[in-house]
Design a protein around this ligand. Sequence first.
Ligand SMILES: [Zn+2]
Length: 167
Amino acid sequence: MSRNYNFCPRCGGRLNERYAEGRDRLVCEKCGFIFYQNPVPAAAVILQQNRRILLVKRKFEPRIGEWSLPAGFIEWGESPEQTAIREVQEETGLNVAVRSLYGVYRGKDYPDYEILLVVYRGEILSGELRPGDDAIEVQWFDLAHLPENVAFQLHRNILAELSNEMG
Ligand SMILES: [Zn+2]
């Protein structure tokens, strides 16, 4: 069980843990609602120019002041590609296109939930580099000289992969 909730979001009845559809889940004792708990989908973008990679310094919790790939949660009604493009725009001021899927990862960096991170390679189309509302700073880093404080294990792994590819 990933998170503990007390009440049914549908009817307000009490949720109890019991076996349902193959595993223990929170089930409403009043209306039978099953509170499925799934990983939370997010998208991130790799913007790379030769040996350099664009990172943003986080303005909000978790991990304020640490660096990460431009990334964010997928909003209701958004495709992963739309999230990727929106997050880059919000955090860096750049308009990008998504060029290819880099990989899909399981992230366990948040205490309360798991992340399903869809990572794309993007290409800059236009715009001027400036930190947006979600970022303190935006900066290009040489893959051989990455900052010490990269926010998430998953992002550290991806950056290490990219560094290795460069040899
Ligand atoms: Zn209910």
